[in-house]
Each structure stands twice: as structure tokens, then as C-alpha cells.
Design a protein around this ligand. Structure first.
Ligand code: VG1
Ligand code: CO
Length: 548
């Protein structure tokens, strides 16, 4: 079948951010927008990684958000016109991000495309996104995303076929042009992988033995995964997974698993007859929030607790070679690594920076403060996996989650932590604020702000210890003499204006103070963070829009 060559003029702004290309749905619906980006991806790969998609297998799926169904058909035609030999597509166009990563690895595919804007809102007025994962199953590294972006600026035509839509509602194979399009169950292989990682017999005893789990899929992609794994395979009572039907508009929910957007889960865990353990995940199933009767567990703490208890899980029975965290994530996991005598790497924000460390076997577990935890079983963060990890630990220790957390703080001390987001501020003001901080870096050490004295200040730069790739300007870090820290950086996943993120942390060794409210423990540092960067003066905002 002859490919059609359709002329296009480049769109501005098709530059992938922290995790793929994200824009408003209305932007993605502009004629040729999806085609231009995906053709640019296909065009860029041969130069940047030495091989293109022709005669290769690709995995394709998405989180089911509005426009997923349209974009996926467009991409099937483009892939066929670009001589992809086999496309493996999740039924109904669904595949979670970690399941896509698992499939790329298991099926030895060349790469995969995930249609998702992750934790961003969905629906016709919400966001859409496209991300590309490479052969190791992980997000395309920066040199690849930059090559794609360069191509989007020079592209003059895309290739497609004039073929009808492919039915995605049942498993099986059809031909589109010369390409074999195989529709598969999105859950089966992922669930099989989980069975090889965790002690499913123990988990069955736990969940059938009266321990009550509430998993909130937030009407996003993990519903079918949770139903199959927690309810069918592990025997949790039906209804343990709620909001478990993926919906194009996420049922009006904002699928960001934090205490603000998953407030009903927090309320259920705090209420009478509360379940023993709560969890939620995001649009594409790579984030997790863990909720106990005492509230949400900080993601940085969760990472540290998983690291300290990893040996209780079959997959990690021989221990961890090393761990990693993104730079703004708290040092709680560093303390665990020190005690275990293993390396702890500090990477820029975004999962793509963990891939090389995992591939090289330098680390087996990693995480981010933004509710992302993952390991060497895939090359993405993994929400359902993190919940199983916690349950496996609880089933072995026979303690409540709150007891495990209190014990962890008693052993390691507590790193109080909070993130303040100022969303949708004008880009010019956001840049002015960060530029101002950067200019002041040399003069900050030694400066005093109330009870805090600056010990170090820098603009975080990273050199990948495996391939030597460098990434600069990854956030301004200000360290204080008592070990407290403030980080300022701009988000790379937003679609409207700029989002300023402020990350605050302070170490507390004294167990008598571990039950303090985070807001109280960090209030003096929060005041410094606002004054130091003149947030009010520059942004015109007197408080953050999100506190997590
Ligand atoms: C945010 C988080 C980052 C995460 C990224 C993708 O990026 O801070 O830790 O990896 O989202 O997560 P940024 O640039 O907006 O701070 V997901 O679940 O939205 O793919
Ligand atoms: Co996500």
C-alpha cells in the first residue's frame, strides 16, 4: 500500500517537557498537530539513536483520556505508513505508563508511545499528551526529545494511509497496510510481572484475612489493573478498588493523587470504620499516594521506607545495589542508603534520568517527591507496584502502616517536607524570579535569614555517571547550616503559563517532635522561602495554589 505524503508547516512549541509533549486538547486537535509531532519522532530516531521504527515492533496505548481514541487511530495510520512491522496496542487504547514500559521490555519492542498528560486534568477542556519510550522501556532521554523537537521545526510532510479505523474493542490481529496491529489485554502481562516481584501468597492471606484496602483509581487508567490484581488475583473484597472505570473526563476528578485532589480517600481513611490502608494513583498509573489512618504518607518518606524494608520483598531479597532520588526529593532515603552502606544518586526531576542508573545496575529502587516510586522491573515509576510493595511489607511485618512509619522515624529521624506550587503565573514573572535567584547564588552563602544561615547555594547541574550526558539549570538549591533546604524550580509539565515549585525540608532527629504537624515544623522555613525570593513582589501571589 502506498503511503500518502501530506504537506505540513511546522507548529511552534512542540518541545517535550519533563515527561513528553503536553498541551491543551484544543491544541492537539488542530489539524496535523498529532501527525507532525509523531512523524518528527519517527524522522528523528535514525539520527539520534542510529535506528528508525521501520521493520520494528512498537507498543501503543494511553490513559483513556478524552482524545485518546482519536489520536491512537491517527498514530496507527502513521506507524503503518512508516513501515512499523508490528504495533501492539492495549485493548480500548488503554495501557498504563508502567505497563507500557513492561511490555516494551517483555516483548523486546523497539519502543512505545503513551498517550497521556498524566496527572493533568482531562476532558475536552483539559490536557492531552504524547510521550515516547525507548528500547529499555524508559522515557526518551533529553538528547532524543531535543532531536524530536528540532525535527518538528523543520518538518515539511508526514506519511499516512487512507485506511479505516481499527476496532480496538477485542483482542486479535489485523493488517493496516503491511503492519500487523495486535490488540492485547492491557493488564495480563503486567499482573504476571507483579506476581514475580511480590509474595502473592502472603498478600492473599493479608487481603482475605480481614485487612481492608481502599484503592482509588480516580477514574483513570489503573482501575482495570487494580480490579484484576487486588480483587481477582489477591482476593480483596469487590469494591476495594473504587473509581475503577477509566473515563475520558476522569469523572470530573483531577487525577493527581495528592491530599487535595484525592480528598475523599483521605476523608474515608480518617472516618469511622476506616479501611486499614488507602492508596491512589494518577491518570496514567505511574504515581502513587499512600494513605494511612493518620493521613497521606509523604512520597519522600515512602521512598525511604521502601528502601529500608526492600529485603522483605522477594524481588529484593538480596538487598539493593543502590538507590536514587530526584534532586527536590527529601534526604530521607539518603539516610537509609548510608545505614545500608549503598550509593544514593541525586538526579534532575523526571524519570528519564533514572534509566541509565537502572540499566547499569547501579540502583534498583528510585523515586521522586511528586508521588513517584519505581524500580528495576520497568523503567518508569509505577503506582500499583508501589501499593503492592507497601502491602508486602505490612504482611511480613504484621504491623499497621502507621506503626511502620513511626518506627522508621525513630530509627532514622524525620525529614519534614512540603512542596508549595504557584500555578499559572505569568511566564515572564516566573523567569524573572528564577533568574534573580541565580544571579544571587554567589552572594548567598553566609547570609542570614532569621534563624537560618545559608551554607550553600547552587543551580543544580547533573552529569550522568554512565554516559556523561550533562543537564544544567535544574533548580536553585539553597542549603542552610542546620541541614534545612529550600529548592526553587519551574515545572516542565504545565500547559498554561508557568508553575513555580518550592520544595522545603528540615531534619528532626528528636522522636518527641516527630508528631508535629508538617506545616508547623516548616513554618519558619516557609517564611524564609517567600521572603528570600520575593515571591509576593514578583508573582503578585500571597499564597501557593497547591500545598502537598
Ligand atoms: C512533575 C514532577 C516530576 C514528575 C513529572 C512527571 O514534573 O515534578 O517529579 O516526574 O511531573 O510526572 P514538573 O516538571 O512539572 O515538576 V507524571 O506522573 O505527570 O508523568
Ligand atoms: Co503520571
Amino acid at each position: 500500500m502506498n503511503a500518502l505524503r501530506i504537506p505540513v508547516t511546522p507548529f511552534t512549541g512542540q518541545r517535550p517537557g519533563t515527561s513528553g509533549l503536553r498541551k491543551r486538547v484544543a491544541v492537539f486537535r488542530e489539524p496535523g498537530y498529532v501527525e507532525t509531532f509523531v512523524q518528527s519522532l519517527f524522522d528523528a530516531l535514525p539520527d539520534v539513536i542510529g535506528q528508525g521504527v521501520a521493520r520494528q515492533t512498537l507498543i501503543l496505548g494511553g490513559d483513556g483520556r478524552f482524545f485518546n481514541d482519536r489520536a491512537i487511530q491517527t498514530i496507527i495510520r502513521l506507524a503503518a505508513a512508516n513501515s512499523v512491522s508490528r504495533l501492539i496496542v492495549g485493548r480500548e487504547g488503554l495501557l498504563s505508563t508502567p505497563a507500557t514500559s513492561a511490555l516494551i521490555r517483555e516483548r523486546k519492542a523497539f519502543g512505545g508511545i503513551v498517550l497521556s498528560a498524566s496527572h493533568n486534568p482531562g476532558g475536552p477542556d483539559g490536557d492531552f499528551g504524547i510521550k515516547y519510550n525507548v528500547t529499555n522501556g524508559g522515557p526518551a532521554p533529553e538528547r532524543v526529545t531535543e532531536a524530536i523537537y528540532r525535527r518538528t521545526q523543520a518538518i515539511s510532510e508526514y506519511r499516512t494511509l487512507d485506511t479505516p479505523d481499527v476496532a480496538l474493542d477485542r483482542n486479535g490481529s489485523v493488517k493496516v497496510g503491511e503492519t500487523d496491529v495486535t490488540v492485547i489485554d492491557p493488564v495480563t502481562e503486567y499482573a504476571g510481572l507483579m506476581e514475580r516481584i511480590f509474595d502473592f501468597d502472603r498478600l492473599r492471606d493479608l487481603l482475605r484475612g480481614g485487612f481492608r484496602l481502599r484503592f482509588d483509581a480516580m477514574n483513570a487508567v489503573t482501575g482495570p489493573y487494580a480490579k484484576e490484581i487486588f480483587e481477582r488475583r489477591l482476593g480483596a473484597p469487590p469494591g476495594s478498588a473504587v473509581n475503577a472505570e477509566p473515563k475520558p473526563d476522569f469523572g470530573g476528578l483531577h487525577p493527581d493523587p495528592n491530599p487535595m485532589h484525592a480528598s475523599s480517600l483521605i476523608a474515608t481513611l480518617a472516618g469511622p470504620e476506616a479501611p486499614d490502608f488507602g492508596a491512589a494513583s494518577d491518570g496514567d498509573g505511574d504515581r502513587n499516594m499512600i494513605v494511612t489512618r493518620a493521613g497521606a504518607v509523604g512520597p519522600s518518606d515512602s521512598l525511604a521506607i521502601l528502601a529500608a524494608n526492600a529485603h522483605l520483598v522477594p524481588w529484593f531479597k538480596d538487598g539493593l545495589p543502590g538507590v536514587a532520588r530526584s534532586m527536590p526529593t527529601s534526604s530521607a532515603v539518603d539516610r537509609v542508603a548510608r545505614k545500608l552502606g549503598i550509593d544514593c544518586f541525586e538526579t534532575p526531576t523526571g524519570w528519564k534520568y533514572f534509566g541509565n542508573l537502572l540499566d547499569a545496575g547501579k540502583i534498583a529502587l528510585c523515586g521522586e517527591e511528586s508521588a513517584g516510586t519505581g524500580a528495576n522491573h520497568v523503567r518508569e515509576k509505577d503506582g500499583v507496584w508501589a501499593v503492592l510493595f507497601w502491602l508486602n511489607i505490612l504482611s511480613v511485618r504484621g504491623e499497621s502502616a502507621d506503626a511502620v512509619i513511626a518506627d522508621h522515624w525513630a530509627r532514622f529521624g524525620r525529614d519534614f517536607y512540603v512542596r508549595h506550587d504557584y500555578e499559572e503565573i505569568e511566564t515572564e514573572r516566573a523567569n524573572r524570579l528564577i533568574d534573580g535567584l541565580r544571579r544571587r547564588i554567589p552572594e548567598l552563602p553566609g547570609a542570614r535569614f532569621g534563624e537560618f544561615e545559608v551554607a550553600s547555594a547552587d543551580d543544580f547541574a547533573y552529569t550522568d555517571p554512565v554516559d556523561g550526558a550533562t543537564s544544567a539549570h535544574q533548580g536553585v538549591r539553597i542549603g542552610f547550616a542546620d541541614g534545612a533546604r529550600i529548592v526553587y524550580r519551574l515545572s516542565g509539565t504545565g500547559t498554561e503559563g508557568a508553575t513555580l515549585r518550592l520544595y522545603l525540608e528540615r531534619y528532626e532527629p528528636d522522636p518527641a517532635r516527630h508528631t508535629l504537624a508538617t506545616s508547623a515544623a516548616l513554618a519558619p522555613l516557609a517564611a524564609v522561602s517567600v521572603a528570600l525570593a520575593d515571591i509576593g513582589g514578583i508573582t503578585g501571589r500571597n499564597k501557593p495554589s497547591v500545598v502537598v
